[in-house]
Design a protein around this ligand. Structure first.
Ligand SMILES: [Zn+2]
Length: 111
């Protein structure tokens, strides 16, 4: 089970960067993108990492796929005190379009 932590813009004051692609947003811009269900930053700790790092959802999925080379990866998405369980299917061709991943996360945006 891979645990990933949602970074909710409500709980953050500083700007936010992805550690993998350097995509960076002010917290104001991130809040807008988050509300429009376009972007989520997550905290994730890979099996070889010592601490959590911040990833945008695109880099997060790429990084998880590298760390766990399976067709199907069980994910626990932790958002405050809520936990969501889902499976990420790496073999589906439509994963190239990450909107599917985000649209599966409705509950997080709707809170
Ligand atoms: Zn990124």
């Amino acid at each position: 089970m891979v645990e990933i932590f949602v970074i909710n813009p409500k709980h953050r004051k500083r700007k936010i960067d992805c550690c993998a692609c350097d995509m960076s947003y002010s917290i104001k811009d991130y809040a807008i993108l988050f509300e429009n269900e376009k972007l989520i930053y997550f905290k994730y700790k890979g099996p070889k990492e010592k601490s959590h790092k911040i990833y945008c959802h695109n880099c997060l999925l790429a990084s998880i796929q590298k760390d766990y080379p399976f067709d199907e990866i069980p994910l626990t998405i932790i958002d405050d005190n809520y936990e969501y369980f889902c499976r990420y299917y790496t073999v589906e061709s439509d994963n190239e379009d990450d909107s599917d991943f985000l649209s599966g996360l409705d509950d997080i945006f709707k809170k």
